[in-house]
Write a protein that binds this ligand. Structure first.
Ligand code: CA
Length: 344
């Protein structure tokens, strides 16, 4: 009986991946907010992504000195804030300013801006929001959840949160258990069951296993996968993409989030995108596949045309979700494609 149920559930998953019923269950995940338009991980950017119709909004989480969970992509403060001007003497020996060395009250004194290189000060995406203009702050995880839940109440929608635990082993070496703190916050805010509208993502498979088996989290867990150059974990990402590796992931997680380069590996003889077997292999293990990161202003090397890439991901790939800096484009394309309107 159990086997029949699992085959049935796999069949339903596969059906929902395709557009045979003229609808799509591909989630549009706002990567660090509407970060193509407003500085990443600011409440302004999160609000914009909500208004653009994202299904999920992403939070990267790091801890402060006084154990507050803040929403920021790096363990450093110096590539998105004015920390080197406000606290010029607070860098470590390597010249970097670490969030974990600052109290929340100090972090709240900083202004967030578009991402720049901490040494050269060169802006990473020059076409985006102008640097050092307007006023943005680093939010806490609690503030961001309250924003999204508040919008859910006032709009009647049910947008989910998609929380990444950053550098768990590094946090442990600094004497802090980031996973426990994040789980406690999520639980206090009403996210504790598998059916709750949240995903937890992490690059570190050891931490994901710990979340599932030691901290007994019931939440949906996503194994992030990149090539081996990721500094967040020394996991064997080539192994994790193998049939054996995916089987292993299915024992502790509900899905994978590979980078787009691991999913599209070139062009076929008809010049269509060539997809790697990773998506099908993941689905065979009942794992959903959420791909990162689609950016209009930074196309992967195999793609020349943003619309073509977006259309292919939405119609031909079989994926279940896309992280994007431009949620409006993905939401519009998805709606046009599945309403069979002309899309270019
Ligand atoms: Ca992330």
């Amino acid at each position: 009986m159990r086997k029949i149920l699992s085959i049935l559930s796999l069949f339903l998953t596969l059906c929902s991946n395709s557009n045979i019923y003229g609808k799509s269950d591909i989630f549009i995940i706002a990567h660090r907010g509407a970060s193509g338009y407003l500085p990443e991980h600011t409440l302004a950017g999160k609000s914009l992504s909500y208004g653009m119709g994202a299904d999920y909004i992403e939070q990267d989480v790091v801890l402060t000195k006084d154990d507050h969970a803040i929403v920021i992509h790096d363990i450093y403060l110096d590539e998105i804030t004015n920390v080197s001007e406000v606290f010029p003497h607070r860098s470590r020996q390597d010249g970097r300013y670490y969030a974990i060395d600052f109290l929340l009250s100090e972090i709240k004194m900083l202004t967030v801006t578009e991402r720049f290189h901490h040494q050269s000060k060169i802006v990473i995406y020059p076409g985006r929001f102008p640097i050092n203009t307007s006023k943005f702050q680093i939010p806490t995880l609690i503030e961001e959840i309250e924003l999204i839940q508040g919008l859910n109440k006032s709009t009647g929608k049910n947008v989910g949160i998609y929380t990444e635990i950053k550098f768990p082993s590094w946090h442990r070496r600094q004497g802090k258990d980031i996973s426990k703190i994040v789980l406690n916050i999520l639980s206090e805010k009403g996210y504790s069951k598998k059916s709750d509208n949240v995903y937890i993502q992490c690059f570190d498979p050891i931490e994901l296993k710990r979340l599932r088996h030691e901290l007994n989290s019931q939440l949906k867990l996503i194994q992030l996968i990149d090539d081996s150059s990721i500094p967040e974990s020394d996991a064997d990402y080539a192994h994790l993409q193998s049939i054996e590796g995916l089987k292993e992931i299915a024992s502790y997680a509900n899905g994978i989030a590979p980078s787009i380069q691991l999913v599209i590996i070139g062009r076929d003889k008809n010049n269509n995108f060539l997809y790697s077997p990773l998506i099908d292999n993941a689905h065979r293990n009942n794992l959903v596949v959420h791909v990162y990161t689609l950016r209009r202003d930074e196309l992967p090397p195999f793609a020349k045309n943003y619309s073509e890439l977006l259309r292919s991901l939405l119609t031909s790939s079989g994926i279940n979700g896309i992280f994007t800096d431009f949620p409006d484009d993905a939401v519009t394309a998805k709606s046009k494609i599945f309403n069979k309107m002309e899309y270019d």
